[in-house]
Design a protein around this ligand. Sequence first.
Ligand code: ASP
Length: 330
Amino acid sequence: MRLQVFLGALLFWNAVHAADHSPAIVIHGGAGALEAGRYTPEEEAAYKAKLTEALNAGYATLDAGGTALDAIEQAIVIMEDSPLFNAGKGSVFTKDGANELDASIMDGATRNAGAVAGVKSVKNPISLARAVMEKSRHVMFAREGAETFAKEQGLEFVAPDYFYTERRWDALQDALEKEKKAKKETALPDDRKFGTVGAVALDRDGNLAAGTSTGGMTMKQWGRVGDSPIIGAGTFADNNSCAVSSTGHGEFFIRLTVARDICAQVEYGGKSVADATQDVIHNRLTGMDAEGGVIVLGKDGDFAMAFNSKGMFRGVKTAVEERVAIYGNE
Ligand code: ASP
């Protein structure tokens, strides 16, 4: 009898303590040439309002005891549905004028992951990545295979012109024009204003999750896949270390396995989230002459939002802090 009481008390203690993490969510809406004055006050306000909406939706889920996975999916869907960001509606165009979307998601509790590359008519690629993680035996699906799987899973489809925005179309025309003038293939547009979206969260049970969604880079060759759907480069989450979502020049993020490297430095190197992030962005990425940024959330709720570009759309919400910013000095 006494033993039962003791075990009961132990279970209760565990239940209480397993659920005592203070929730946190950090998001980004892409890094790039975002210098103060680039946007009008109205445009800045629109970006900040959308970031705030995404943060609030994710945080409300966490606050109510929901999972980190649900929180990041909700936050990312809001940004995918907005034409402001280069993900979902508002995605950039490939060189031949199409939209090819990539996304990935990872569950820090199980280290299960899902990813999709080159999808053309699924409204919310992050939800498809989650379905791949939860409903298939695989981690990544590409192109037609990904869309067939999306159909089987009942995901929402849209006509390809749903993704069209004048701004992104004009950016492609500009990039093509510049390439023509340069008389050689310029791998990337000069205007490196990225706009990928991502989120990382910690829920009350202490579980971390990370997700990233993108249209890729303007004028990318058809079939090109960046870092965003690559687990370990664009996205990584492990309850033993941290959760990361990347944005920037994907080819370098893949080669540096940016997301995994940050978490590995935390896990094996005993570094703080801030120090590991600082090393990967400001030493390793900068050392390769590449641009971009990351959001990182540690298992104890410590977080970093770091970039070596001029700015990064970003935001954080915890029990004690709520902040959104665009430019470097904000
Ligand atoms: N990382 C993305 C890619 O290379 C682009 C971005 O972050 O804006 O596809």
